[in-house]
Design a protein around this ligand. Structure first.
Ligand SMILES: N[C@@H](CCC[C@H](N)C(=O)O)C(=O)O
Length: 257
């Protein structure tokens, strides 16, 4: 069977996106891993299916490159862009993702502004933070993130007893002047560093807010620039959380599955 796909990148986090509104595609974990494999397949950090939803613009199924599922912030932004290309929506989007319903806006600049879930709480692990932003994220502030061994240290935390059995994504964050962060992320389900992770960047911005940063936080990632907006309550909870950044269709094609 030949599968038609769109290849997207959202600040360097890359995805295969498939229009499954007909509902006849079911992929096994092995097929997803093969399609996302950078030597044997198309190559991507994740694969998404855009499907019909009874009352929202679309339903989004997100798979990491190993076939596991969670919320993907960058993937959701890319899916909103593709749903607009498919004519499912104009400038405002509502869709169902892994963690629940989301809305998003396609700004005139082409930037996608995605509403994330509210964040009620966080936990501390020494000087580090654990924040769930639809996906689980560990956040550690470091002095020189460019030189930091992200994969080695990230993998230790990802597989540590504290986060078994599900594991966690791990973000290393450097504070820069002007309310700006540089964020690098080890992603669970990709089992490697990616060029950008939207839910991780959101968690990093909220952790920085707990240290005095204000909304909006400007973000630099290896794959590009984003920003995060939020409203912080006195009890340390967050509402009106938005992940804002670009997404681009790079090519489309067909692949045998
Ligand atoms: N790249 C994503 C996060 C995808 C999910 C994550 N790897 C997990 O399994 O928790 C993003 O942009 O948020």
């Amino acid at each position: 069977m030949r599968l038609h796909f769109y290849k997207y990148q959202a600040t360097g986090n890359d995805f295969m996106v498939v229009d499954n509104r007909a509902g006849n595609l079911q992929l096994t974990q092995e097929q997803i891993a093969r399609l996302c494999h950078r030597k044997f397949g198309v190559g991507a950090d994740g694969l998404m299916l855009i499907e019909k939803h009874p009352s929202l613009h679309f339903h989004l199924e997100y798979y990491n490159s190993d076939g596991s599922q969670s919320l993907c912030g960058n993937g959701s932004r890319a899916a909103v862009h593709m749903a607009a290309q498919l004519g499912l929506l104009d400038k405002a989007a509502t869709f169902q993702a892994y963690d629940g319903p989301h809305d998003a806006e396609l700004l005139p600049t082409g930037i996608i502004r995605l509403r994330m879930g509210d964040v009620a709480s966080h936990t501390r692990h020494g000087d580090d933070y654990f924040i769930h932003t639809g996906s689980p994220h560990y956040v550690r502030f470091v002095d020189d993130v460019k030189a930091y061994p992200v994969v080695d240290e990230g993998r230790k935390i990802r597989y540590s007893d504290a986060f078994k059995p599900g594991g966690t994504n791990v973000n290393f964050v450097q504070r820069l002047p002007n309310n700006t962060l540089f964020v690098r992320t080890y992603e669970r389900g990709v089992e490697d560093e990616t060029l950008s992770c939207g839910t991780g960047i959101t968690a990093a911005a909220l952790a920085a807010a707990l240290k005095g940063y204000s909304s909006p936080v400007a973000i630099k990632a290896l794959g590009g620039e984003l920003s995060v907006e939020f409203t912080r309550a006195g009890d340390g909870s967050f509402t009106n959380v938005y992940l804002i950044g670009p997404a681009q269709c790079v090519f489309e094609g067909d692949v045998e599955i």
